[in-house]
Design a binder for this molecule. Structure first.
Ligand code: NAD
Length: 368
């Protein structure tokens, strides 16, 4: 029997609850298609800070590197919130594993499940047909650039005392833009053949390089794909006025962070959106939402984004497209039958049947 090694990173908050449902579904699909998945668990985020003093222990990165794919839930929570730059923070685990596995591409599909169309705050005619793929550069830009905080000699602080100053640097190298552009054009070829490249080329030098390189890659190898440029501020508006017009959207790290959350909200259900982070080796799959500390431990979290991240894992790491289609069909049918976790239930729809995290996982398995 074919076997794959999966590194599980439950993390914090609702993480352990939702990842259990992802594993349930993974094993059920494996049994159906004659593939075994061997799972090992490792610590990341706040729970790793508590146990090991840092958000990404070496053993976790090693376990991830030794696996065929990584399934992550979420990290973070108020317990570890701090503005003290010397204290460890849970997100360092995320940034560290992205860097450690060289995961330079983040894919976030944004699709509307018909049964949940009413959950969007946008008008039905605006969201009809939305099916877009956000391609976000993940290991460069301002999140990884030089940064510093120091006291300014010129005395901008209170009572003429030296005040603090801080800077962050947005930097991109040509090869970093080249490889993410290729991922976007390849994705577009598998979809509707259009790429929208988002930048701030009217102001930022790094954006002018971004635009130049994206066009060079396009003109040399992807002329069959339609390419358009859009400035990030305009894009933020267009994304909620005409979301169905976009196919693949590619952008740098911080713009992508912000725009992908905006795109997620088009669906109205953050608990439904999965993401894949890819490089040239082991890939990582996770829900788009955070650790939802406000509902952790209550058994009411929506596990569907985590389950749909398993769907992406089957597609992108294991070429198991039938298994992936099975998961999507099962989730669609569960929703069509009216089963909902609290976050996607509609008080005005009496047909909605509210269930907890584990029951939702069981329903998906039954429909497989
Ligand atoms: P969040 O996504 O955790 O929660 C936002 C809201 O959505 C909350 O009301 C929450 O209850 C709800 N929600 C999110 N996922 C849900 C699910 N699966 N089922 C039901 N409801 C769900 O964002 P936040 O509140 O801004 O952040 C909470 C913590 O998560 C912070 O510490 C933040 O740093 C962290 N975070 C982690 C990641 C990650 O691990 N990739 C991403 C974003 C935020």
């Amino acid at each position: 029997m074919e076997a794959h090694r999966i590194c599980l990173l439950p993390g914090d908050g609702i993480g352990p609850e939702i990842i259990a449902e992802g594993v349930k579904v993974l094993n059920a699909v494996g049994a159906k298609h004659g593939v075994a998945f061997t799972c090992t668990e490792a610590a990341i985020g706040g729970c790793a800070i508590d146990e090991f003093g840092c958000a990404l222990p070496d053993a976790t990165l090693e376990a991830a590197k030794a696996s065929d794919a990584v399934l992550l839930a979420a990290v973070g929570g108020p317990k570890w919130d701090t503005t003290d730059p010397t204290r460890p923070r849970p997100e360092q685990g995320l940034l560290g594993i992205r860097k450690g596995l060289e995961l330079y591409t983040n894919l976030r599909p944004v699709q509307i499940f018909d049964a949940l169309a009413g959950a969007s705050t946008l008008k039905p005619e605006v969201i009809e047909g939305v099916d877009l793929m956000m391609v976000r550069e993940l290991t460069g830009g301002v999140y990884f650039g030089r940064r510093e905080r120091f006291y300014d000699e010129e005395g901008a602080g209170p009572h003429g005392a030296p005040g603090q100053r801080a800077y962050d640097t947005m930097e991109y190298r040509e090869y970093e833009i080249d490889r993410i552009a290729r991922q976007a054009f390849e994705a577009a070829r598998r979809r509707r053949g259009k790429v929208t490249s988002v930048d701030k080329a009217n102001v930022l030098e790094s954006s002018r390089l971004w635009r130049e390189v994206v066009h060079a890659v396009h003109d040399a190898e992807y002329q069959d794909v339609e390419l358009e440029d859009i400035l990030v501020d305009n894009c933020a508006m267009q994304l909620i006025t005409r979301p169905a017009d976009f196919d693949v959207m590619v952008t740098e790290n911080m713009f992508g962070d912000i725009l992908s959350d905006e795109a997620a909200q088009i669906t109205g259900s953050l608990g439904m959106l999965a993401s894949a982070s890819l490089g040239d080796g082991v890939a990582l799959y996770e829900p788009s939402h955070g650790s939802a500390p406000d509902i952790a431990g209550r058994g009411i979290a929506n596990p569907l984004a985590q389950i749909l991240s398993v769907e992406m894992m089957l597609r992108y790491s294991f070429d198991m497209h039938e298994g992936a289609d099975d998961i999507r069909r099962a989730v669609t049918r569960v929703l069509d039958e009216g089963w909902r976790t609290g976050d996607i239930a509609d008080a005005d729809t009496p047909a909605d049947k509210v269930v907890g995290t584990a029951a939702m996982g069981d329903l998906v398995v039954e429909h497989l």
